[in-house]
Design a protein around this ligand. Structure first.
Ligand code: GLU
Ligand code: ASP
Length: 497
């Protein structure tokens, strides 16, 4: 986008009206709030839906498969952001792309609102993978568009937006989770779909008034010739994938395990291709190449961090269901409620962390050091789970306090790494690739979950000590290593903080 365009866009957005922020932030906040409500509500019950026996309303998968699917699904949801970014950039602009994404997501949840067995499950996943790829990176990108480059409300705008994400994630396990676990899974999924519908209504009703021109430009449009080709290719490939998939599945060649393995490999190959292309591009300057070199260890650290954080909805979710004391006096806890702990701690602690960084000013840790803190804390959140395994053993139900502690510790790490990570990505990615920085950042999460798809298969209550110990230990070792090489990374960052 040219500077002139971006100035025109900012001028078209009412600059006040939402806590002293541009009115557009209201629209984006609530769209993402409801989208995350639907996503995290669905995730809070999905693993149970998959492994609960058919007599209990589930699909009766074995636990190992259910875990692996959770991870693959999480990976694809963020991997598809690459395509979503490209579509916005070249075809529809961010605003339309967000809208189309919301529709896919809503229909995806509705697909699970009716008892449709495994077919409905995979159909829903496919729709939500596409929909989230279209919506998530683009809605975040529009946040950047409604502020001028030198507006000092920009960072706090992103923090408010981040609160919206976590508020949505906080309330939905109580609503979708309770309905799904106490009454009927399909009711839960249906309510997740209603959440996305509310998000779409707010988006449609307020976008003209609040967003002005933001997101309405196609930054790098395809010519109509190219468009025809692209539509043809998309159509043919979609058809090809469906036909090929159907043949491979019915011939017994494409099994869940093989599919999972393919995604795991993609999770490693895609970032390598991404970085190689950026490195070799003629548009990347020497300084930018140095910045990219600094970014690689940060990307790997982020992967390790998300690998642990995202297991909260997989391994720790299963732990909540099977290994945790849920009857507390007269109160019966639902296992899905534990999914609210992460966003709850984020909402409480994010302002404290933001204040802390401001207070520390120049004395605050550098970006690589913050990443290393994030890793150390993520590692610790797993190591702490060794204690109940050691004192209780695999057959005893343990106090819920262990999960609370584990989620609290990982959040302390998340607050050192996640908000800083996105901003580091925008600063360190080469300018020619800046439109893709959101996708690049989400790729760290995607790749982490792609690898998790194999790792989570190794969990067993009997070998919990080794499982939590090895993964937590690797994160801590990487954290220490990152701490040591931080000054070197800082040099490669060439003045960027
Ligand atoms: N919890 C974050 C969200 O849903 C995770 C995404 C990420 O930054 O990888 O927005
Ligand atoms: N903390 C996550 C994110 O920032 C939300 C979650 O894991 O529930 O959106």
């Amino acid at each position: 986008m040219t500077t002139k365009n971006s100035q025109q866009i900012v001028a078209s957005v009412p600059q006040k009206g939402f806590f002293g922020h541009p009115k557009g932030l209201f629209t984006l906040f609530f769209t993402e709030f409801w989208e995350r409500f639907s996503y995290y509500g669905m995730r809070a019950i999905l693993i149970y839906y998959m492994y609960y026996a058919v007599s209990k309303g589930g699909l009766g998968f074995d636990e190992t498969t259910a875990r692996s699917i959770m991870a693959v699904y999480g990976s694809l949801v963020y991997m598809s952001g690459i395509i979503g970014g490209w579509i916005a950039d070249r075809l529809f602009g961010t605003r339309k792309t967000v809208f189309y994404g919301g529709i896919f997501i809503m229909v995806g949840h509705i697909a699970l609102a009716f008892p449709g067995g495994v077919t409905a499950l995979f159909l829903s996943m496919g729709l939500i993978v596409i929909g989230t790829g279209l919506l998530k990176p683009n809605v975040s990108n529009i946040v950047g568009d409604i502020y001028s480059k030198d507006d000092n409300r920009r960072d706090s705008g992103f923090s408010i937006f981040y609160m919206g994400i976590n508020l949505g994630a906080l309330i939905s396990p109580f609503i979708v989770g309770t309905l799904g676990q106490k009454y009927n899974f399909h009711l839960g999924f249906g309510v997740a779909g209603v959440g996305m519908l509310l998000g779409l209504i707010i988006f449609l009703a307020t976008r003209k008034k609040n967003l002005g021109l933001a997101g309405s430009y196609v930054p790098n449009p395809l010519s109509s010739e190219e468009k025809k080709k692209v539509f043809l290719t998309i159509g043919l490939s979609a058809l090809g994938i469906v036909v090929l998939g159907a043949i491979l599945i019915s011939a017994g060649i494409l099994t869940i395990n093989r599919f999972t393995m393919t995604v795991s490999i993609l999770g490693i190959v895609i970032p390598i291709i991404y970085f190689t292309v950026m490195f070799r591009s003629k548009k990347t300057t020497a300084d930018e190449r140095s910045n990219l070199t600094a970014y690689i260890p940060l990307f790997i650290a982020a992967m390790m961090f998300w690998a642990i954080q995202e297991q909260g909805a997989v391994i720790l979710a299963e732990y909540a269901d099977k290994r945790t004391q849920l009857q507390l006096g007269g109160l019966k806890l639902e296992a899905s409620w534990f999914q609210s702990l992460n966003p709850l701690f984020i909402v409480i602690l994010a302002p404290i962390f933001a204040g802390l960084w401001v207070k520390l000013g120049n004395r605050q840790p550098s970006t690589p050091r913050k990443f290393s803190l994030g890793l150390l804390l993520a590692g610790l959140s797993f190591l702490i789970m060794i204690i109940p395994a050691y004192t209780g053993g695999p057959d005893v139900l343990v106090s819920p306090i262990w999960l609370v502690l584990s989620f609290l510790i990982v959040v302390l790490g998340e607050l050192c790494l996640s908000p800083v990570g996105l901003s580091a990505t925008t600063k360190l990615a080469p300018a020619a690739f800046s439109a893709q920085t959101m996708s690049l950042w989400f790729l760290s999460n995607s790749s982490a979950q792609a690898i998790n798809a194999q790792v989570v298969k190794l969990y067993k209550p009997e070998t919990e000590i080794v499982y939590f110990g090895v993964i937590g230990g690797i994160a801590i070792l990487l954290g220490i290593l990152l701490f040591v090489v931080s000054p070197m990374i800082q040099r490669y960052m060439r003045g960027i903080r």
